[in-house]
Design a protein around this ligand. Structure first.
Ligand SMILES: [Zn+2]
Ligand SMILES: [Zn+2]
Length: 412
């Protein structure tokens, strides 16, 4: 069921099977196209999913139970064994084994279609499916992945596509986390991965001493550079001028961080518990550096607060910062999170009465979408349509923008 592969399955000493490139791969190349060996509707009902599995030919059932990663010592496996206790005794172990395999190997397939019935094109997501794939399910996680995957042909095939150059023999990696979660610091990413897949990520980003999402502006006069907190304590020197932050610089930065974290956590807790409006409190907070994870969290909330109050210009300002956060982090600059941020910025600029800015944002969104998906994907088609619609609304003085090329070279 593999239609195309520039990768092969390779065993590692410590992390089970992974995918390795069988040749040099350029950015924006299709690396793998594969149809699932098994697919079932997204459900927590073990009997229903197991029932679907039992419809498969015996040889395929055996292949699934025998060849996919299945840590029976995991918490997830014990949970599945408990859930399976309602099944007939002869099915219990098999069902638990099957569901454990699904938990650790299945990928979500959400077919995307474009709906052009209304005045504006819309993207629709249709019914979630969970799929097992012989090769794609072996792709390992990295917090700075060199590839992303998407679903093609209304959910029938999984496509992995490179976002950076990959050398022959290198591992091809994707993210198991939602893309926006890659903006979080190492301990938070590791916590989420442990909850989802019960492993401690040791990718280069997680193993690095420098925390690339805790960055502060250099305090040396006139320096545009930045320094970051280090995982074992202290800070790196400024990347531009080699200035080493003093004890008091460090204490000041850590204070700012703790205070902002505290305020944001407080607002979340109030909203969850008392359903109270915290917009005024959120709007009074000041963002940190664009490469600090709390800045993305704060700017997203400020954007929502301004939008709720109908303050279009302020909403655009906050959204600019959200997009900047996503584009400046190498791990997310070529992700759907970046493309969608730019699309949102386009919509907001349109509402704020800036059609030229909107066209520019849509253009940049298209360029990012085209890294991750091929040109016939609904996300790309949708983005091109809103781009064309916004260009057609521009006054003649900006006619030149109609020739605007989607700037793909900037993406390599
Ligand atoms: Zn990692
Ligand atoms: Zn500096």
């Amino acid at each position: 069921m593999v239609e195309f592969a520039a990768v092969e399955i390779a065993a590692t000493a410590d992390r089970g099977n992974v995918l390795r490139a069988t040749r040099d791969i350029k950015p924006r190349e299709t690396v793998l196209v594969e149809k699932p060996i098994f697919a079932t509707k997204f459900t927590n009902n073990i009997a229903k999913a197991y029932g679907d599995f039992c419809q498969l030919p015996g040889a395929v059932q055996d292949e699934i139970l025998g060849s996919f990663f299945c840590p029976m010592g995991s918490k997830e496996a014990s949970r599945r064994l408990r859930h399976a206790s309602s099944l007939a005794p002869e099915d219990r172990d098999r069902a638990a084994r099957f569901m454990t395999i699904m938990s650790f190997n299945a990928v979500e397939q959400t077919p995307v279609i474009m709906d052009t019935k209304g005045r504006d094109p819309k993207i629709l997501h249709k019914g979630q499916t969970l799929a097992l794939l012989r090769m794609a399910s072996k792709a390992s996680h990295c917090c700075a992945p060199n590839a992303f995957w998407y679903v093609r042909d209304d959910g029938r095939a999984q496509v992995i596509r490179s976002t950076t150059a990959i050398r022959k023999g290198d591992e091809v990696t994707i993210t198991y986390l939602e893309e926006k979660k890659l903006l979080l610091p190492t301990d938070k990413r590791r916590h989420l991965l442990w909850q989802q897949k019960e492993f401690t990520c040791c990718c280069l980003r997680c193993a690095a001493e420098d925390e690339d999402t805790c960055i502060f502006q250099c305090s040396s006069a006139g320096c545009p550079g930045q320094w970051c907190l280090r995982r074992s304590g202290g800070a790196s020197a400024c990347l531009s001028c080699s200035f080493v932050p003093s004890e008091s610089d460090l204490a000041f930065a850590e204070n700012q961080e703790t205070e902002l974290q505290h305020q944001l956590d407080f607002c979340d807790a109030v909203e969850r518990g008392l359903h109270e409006d915290t917009d005024a409190r959120v709007l009074a907070l000041k963002p940190l550096h664009a490469r600090h994870h709390l800045t993305h969290r704060l700017a997203s909330r400020q954007h929502a607060a301004h939008t709720r109050a109908g303050r279009h210009a302020e909403a655009v300002h906050a959204l600019h910062l959200v997009v900047q956060c996503r584009l400046e982090l190498p791990a997310t600059c070529k992700s759907r999170a970046a493309a969608w941020g730019l699309e949102m910025l386009g919509h907001a600029l349109k509402r704020a009465g800036d059609p030229f800015g909107a066209a520019d944002a849509y253009n940049r969104a298209c360029a990012v979408h085209l890294v991750i998906q091929d040109s016939s994907h609904p996300y790309v088609l949708y983005c091109k349509q809103v781009l064309l619609a916004s260009v057609s609304e521009l006054p003649p003085i900006h006619a030149g923008v109609a020739d605007m090329d989607i700037d793909l070279h900037a993406m390599d």
